[in-house]
Every structure is written in structure tokens, then in C-alpha cells.
Design a protein around this ligand. Structure first.
Ligand code: ADP
Ligand code: MG
Length: 592
């Protein structure tokens, strides 16, 4: 007897399960399915991402639905459109042998009339995102007043996304007697609140300890200087030639930027974030699934619930704001029994966050060094050799062989191999031969003052109630930057200084071009001095001179903005400097 049969599933489902190639139930399935089949009860089921929760509710749900009736009997709420479609597709596979069962997906960004039409043809199960479901109800396009079951899938993510009010309102349109099944990877307070408020005596199932990541995922972190993040990412990709990965960034802007850079650098990459149209997102997901894209750069929101198996690496280009989100990210890999790696690129000041995450996932991180150029070349060479070994010979070239043989006649096998690898490999080799070491130790740690940094003057200071911390927060907020992006914040009386990576200069100057804070005109300008008041710090080893532009040249692009030659040197020029600044402020204020 098949292990799924023992759970009490019927023949139609068992056949579909066999077709899908599932052999044994996962733990959450083993624990949830019998209860849901045998009892009419509310249920809270907690299990990590990738453990098969969809089938844990999907199988029993399909068995319990009456396909003979056309009325809507179940509503499944899920956080995103992608997930909504995924669940719908899964349910269709499960119900392959239940011909009259209709599952309809309801989500934003597609025609609501089409979706309403599908429902009106009879949808026993609706799978919906909360926002669109609300619209449907408001416009009387769906009737959920008689449902028997409501599933809240990925409840933690729905709440993370701020769907609490929507869920509450949707549930108010469902009958009191329906049963609610809640599935979630984690159990934050908000989920507990939902369980308490909207469910009665739910059976609780926990697989593994709460909040832990999948044991199939190993966790690694790499310490780098903030400005080396991107180069570090490239090396991680190059050191893993078969990489198939999701790279997480914190903002849409970074997501887009990193993806664009990767594409420019010749990687099969694409961005996935909320500013793309649905169409674009679909295309990206399709190319990712079919592996035309090897590196998908995504925001947390856009990547929610992406269920693509065989993802080899999750790369945290930046750590998430909410540490809990890390579990969701790393859960994108190590699915369906496979091994995966979750990598985090961090700067020194973030190491304590790693410790916090270790506590949450109850797993240790391994600190690793960004591979150096030599290592990467070695890996790539062996990979190429392995590719050659595995390649099936294409006999279509047989007719050309005599001529080719003739041309290469005088070489030995060794020589031929060397030549072949040189053709394939010289460019790569040259690139990495001179590449610097990227580990944070070797380049002096943070905050580093280098030509890659820009120092700014800002006309607010302690008189405006700022200290270095609150000014840093203010800047971070306004600019949507990471904490570590703003450093060397030095607050004076009526003005302050701070540094950022050179790459943020345009953003900062444009953000503060006509900026008002509490009725005060806030002005930011680039200063020439870089705040190297401590001395002895090492200079960047040429990295910032890329594109033949060094800081000062770049600075001159903004020449018009920084007439007053501000410096921040200690000693003799200090008085002079303050005077300059005060004068300039006066000019500014009178203008404002
Ligand atoms: P979760 O919702 O817990 O994150 P999913 O339901 O999306 O996980 O399942 C993750 C993957 O595992 C899917 O590709 C699914 O088809 C597969 N899967 C689920 N159950 C089994 C099983 N019993 N045997 C093999 N694969 C399974
Ligand atoms: Mg799921």
C-alpha cells in the first residue's frame, strides 16, 4: 500500500499523486492530511518553506469538495499573484482525475471581468490574493457566503505584506461555520493573533522547531567592504559555474541596478520587482523556470512564494530589514529534498545580525572568503573540462574533419588541449589575473575612506535636533539607503558632514535639490575633503579609478554646485572653513 493511501486519500488523488512522481508524504503532509480528512476542524500548521504545505491542504481539500455542485465551496488566500497561480496550477494537477472540479485564480493585474466569467461558470475553489478578492466581493463578482473551507496560505507573508485588514474584511463575508486552515512558515505574533481572532480551537501542527530554516540549506557569509559588494557577487557566481540562483536586494532600485550590471557583464540575469508590469514579470519568471535566466535578482515582495525547484543558491546581496524575512529567502533553495546554499554578503558592522539570524534559524553560519582570481580560474577550467567530457559528439561536423585535422596535424594532444583552453579562457584569465583580494580584512575594513567615497556637507546639525545617529537615520530613510551606506556622520552646530559610496552621489544630490524638512530648506553639497581625519588609512587599490574617473574628476561634474571650497581639515583652516560655510548658509537661507 502506498504511503499516501494510508493517509486516507482516494483513488483519483492517488493516481494524480503517482503521476506527479510524489513517492512519500512529507512530514507536514503526514501530520495534516489525516486530520483534515477525518475531522471538521480549524487547523494551524507550521512548517518551513519548501516542505510541501500546498499538498498538505490541497489533497484533503480536493477530496472534500463536492464536484457535483457548482457553488464555491473553498477560498484559498495567498500573498502574491505568483503564489496564487502556483497554487492553482498545483491544485489542477492534484484534481486531474476529478473532471468537473474547477479551480479559478483571482489576482490583481489581470482582467477582473475574465476572472468573474470563470467564476460564474462554476468555481468550487477560488485561489485569490487578498486585494483582488476584496474587489471581487465589493463588485459582487464572487459569492463566498457559502464556503465550507477557507485556507490562509503563507499567512506570515500575507501579514508581512499588510493584508491583515483585507483578510479580516474578506472573512466577514464567509459563514461562521466554515473551517479555517492556516498554513505558515513562521509564527509571528500577528499570525497568532489571526489564529486567536478568527479560528476556534484550532488543532496545531508544528513540523520542526518553529522558525527554523530547512536543514537542507547551508548558510554562509562573506565579509566584504560595502563598495565591493557587486564584485563579490560576481565572484560568487563565477566560482559556481552551474549556479541557478535568486539574488535578494532590499529595494527595487538596487534590484534593477544589480540586474542591469550583471547583464552588462555578460551574465544571464534579470530583475523581478514590483515596478515591472505583470507581463514583464511573467516573462521573467518563465525564462527563469526554463533556465534561460541563471540569476534572478529580486525584491522580497516580488519573490514571495516563488516555487522554482532546484535553485542552487540564494544570495543575500543585502540582508533584509526584517530578520525574519531571511528564513523566507533561504527557503527558496534546498527544496524538495535537494541541497542548497544561502549566501550573505555583509560588511563588518552587520556581523551581529548574522548572530541574530543564527538564533532564529537555529543553524550556524560558516564564514567564508570570497574566492580569489586564481581559485575562480581553476574552478572554471575544471568546469569546462568536465563539460567537454560530458558533451555528446555532434557528428554533423564529420565532413569537415579532414580539413580541420589537416590544419591541426602538427600538434600533440597536450598542445591541442592547451590551445583550446586558451581560446576559451584567456579573457577570463586576464580579468582575474590582476583582480584584487576582496575579503574585508585585506582592504582595510569599514568605514574606509577612499577615493570611492564622497563626503557631503549638509546644512542641518545639532541645532536642528540631530545627533549622528538620528541624522544617519534621517538620511537613510529619505534616501532609502542601508544603514551602512551612510557613514562618518559628523554633526556640528548648524551643519554636518557625512560620507557615502560614490555610487550614491547622484541620488543624494538629486534628492536634496529642493528638499524641505520641517519647513527648513535642506541643502546637501559635495565637499572636497573626504573626512580622513584619522590618517593612516589605506587607499583603495585603484578600484575606484575604474572608467578612468577618479573622485575629483567626478566631483567636477558637479562643479556648479560646490562653489565654496569647503574642506574639513583640522587646525588652522578650521575657522576659515566654518566661516565659509556660515556665509554659504546665509546665502542659501536668504534664497530659500
Ligand atoms: P511550501 O508551501 O511548504 O513552501 P510547496 O507546497 O510549494 O512547499 O512544495 C515545495 C515543492 O515540493 C513543490 O515543488 C512540490 O511539488 C514538491 N512536493 C510537495 N510534496 C512532495 C512530496 N510528498 N514528494 C515530493 N515532492 C513534493
Ligand atoms: Mg507554500
Amino acid at each position: 500500500m502506498n504511503a499516501f493511501q494510508e493517509l486516507g486519500l482516494d483513488a483519483d488523488l492517488l493516481q494524480a499523486i503517482t503521476d506527479m512522481g510524489f513517492e512519500t508524504p512529507s512530514e507536514v503532509q503526514e501530520k495534516s492530511i489525516p486530520i483534515l480528512l477525518q475531522q471538521e476542524t480549524d487547523l494551524v500548521s507550521l512548517a518551513q518553506t519548501g516542505t510541501g504545505k500546498t499538498a498538505a491542504f490541497g489533497f484533503p481539500l480536493i477530496q472534500k469538495i463536492n464536484p457535483g455542485s457548482k457553488k464555491t465551496q473553498a477560498l484559498i488566500l495567498s500573498p502574491t499573484r505568483e503564489l496564487c497561480l502556483q497554487i492553482t496550477n498545483e491544485l489542477k494537477l492534484y484534481s486531474k482525475y476529478k473532471k468537473s472540479l474547477n479551480v479559478v485564480a483571482v489576482y490583481g493585474g489581470a482582467s477582473i471581468t475574465e476572472q468573474a466569467k470563470s467564476i460564474s461558470r462554476g468555481a468550487q475553489i477560488i485561489v485569490a490574493t487578498p486585494g483582488r478578492m476584496q474587489d471581487m466581493i465589493r463588485r459582487n463578482l464572487a459569492d463566498i457566503s457559502n464556503i465550507d473551507y477557507c485556507v490562509l496560505d503563507e499567512a506570515d507573508e500575507m501579514l508581512n505584506m499588510g493584508f491583515y485588514e483585507d483578510i479580516k474584511s474578506i472573512l466577514s463575508h464567509t459563514p461562521q461555520e466554515k473551517k479555517t486552515w492556516l498554513f505558515s512558515a513562521t509564527m509571528p505574533k500577528e499570525v497568532a493573533k489571526i489564529a486567536k481572532k478568527f479560528m476556534s480551537n484550532p488543532v496545531e501542527i508544528t513540523v520542526g522547531s518553529k522558525n527554523t530554516g530547512t536543514a537542507n540549506v547551508s548558510h554562509e557569509y562573506y565579509l566584504v567592504n560595502h563598495r565591493n559588494r557587486y564584485d563579490a557577487l560576481k565572484r560568487l557566481a563565477d566560482a559556481n559555474p552551474d549556479i541557478f540562483s535568486v539574488i535578494f536586494c532590499r529595494t527595487k532600485r538596487d534590484t534593477q541596478k544589480v540586474a542591469e550590471k550583471l547583464i552588462e557583464d555578460g551574465y544571464n540575469a534579470a530583475a523581478l520587482h514590483g515596478d515591472l508590469s505583470q507581463n514583464q514579470r511573467d516573462l521573467v519568471m518563465k525564462s527563469f523556470r526554463t533556465r534561460q535566466i541563471q540569476m534572478l535578482v529580486a525584491t522580497d515582495v516580488a519573490a514571495r512564494g516563488i516555487d522554482v525547484d532546484d535553485i542552487t543558491h540564494v544570495i543575500n546581496y543585502q540582508l533584509p530589514d526584517e530578520i525574519e524575512t531571511y528564513t523566507h529567502r533561504s527557503g527558496r533553495t534546498g527544496r524538495a529534498g535537494k541541497q542548497g546554499v544561502s549566501m550573505v554578503i555583509i560588511s563588518k558592522s552587520e556581523v551581529r545580525k548574522i548572530r541574530t539570524i543564527e538564533k532564529i534559524i537555529q543553524q550556524k553560519f560558516e564564514q567564508k572568503e570570497i574566492p580569489d582570481g586564481k581559485e575562480i580560474c581553476k574552478i572554471q577550467l575544471f568546469h569546462l573540462a568536465e563539460d567537454i567530457r560530458k558533451t555528446e559528439i555532434n557528428h554533423d561536423i564529420d565532413p569537415y574533419l579532414p580539413t580541420i585535422n589537416e590544419a591541426l596535424e602538427s600538434f600533440t594532444k597536450e598542445e591541442l588541449i592547451k590551445k583550446f583552453f586558451s581560446v576559451e579562457f584567456t579573457r577570463f584569465f586576464n580579468y582575474y589575473e590582476k583582480a584584487p583580494d576582496l575579503s574585508s580584512e585585506s582592504s582595510g575594513g569599514r568605514p574606509e575612506v577612499s577615493e570611492g567615497n564622497t563626503r557631503y556637507f549638509i546644512n542641518v546639525g545639532s541645532k536642528d535636533g540631530f545627533d549622528w545617529k538620528s541624522l544617519k537615520d534621517f538620511l537613510k530613510e529619505e534616501l532609502n539607503l542601508e544603514r551602512d551606506d551612510v557613514f562618518k556622520v559628523d554633526v556640528k552646530g548648524s551643519f554636518s558632514f557625512f560620507n557615502t559610496d560614490e555610487q550614491h552621489t547622484d541620488l543624494i544630490l538629486s534628492t536634496f535639490s529642493e528638499f524641505n524638512h520641517n519647513g527648513r530648506f535642506v541643502n546637501v553639497e559635495v565637499t572636497k575633503d573626504k573626512g580622513s581625519d584619522k590618517g593612516g588609512r589605506r587607499r583603495d587599490r585603484g578600484g575606484s579609478k575604474r572608467n578612468g574617473k577618479n573622485f575629483d574628476k567626478k566631483g567636477s561634474d558637479f562643479g556648479g554646485r560646490r562653489r565654496s571650497d569647503r574642506t574639513e581639515k583640522k587646525g588652522g583652516r578650521k575657522a576659515n572653513r566654518s566661516k565659509n560655510i556660515e556665509n554659504s548658509l546665509k546665502r542659501r537661507r536668504s534664497k530659500a
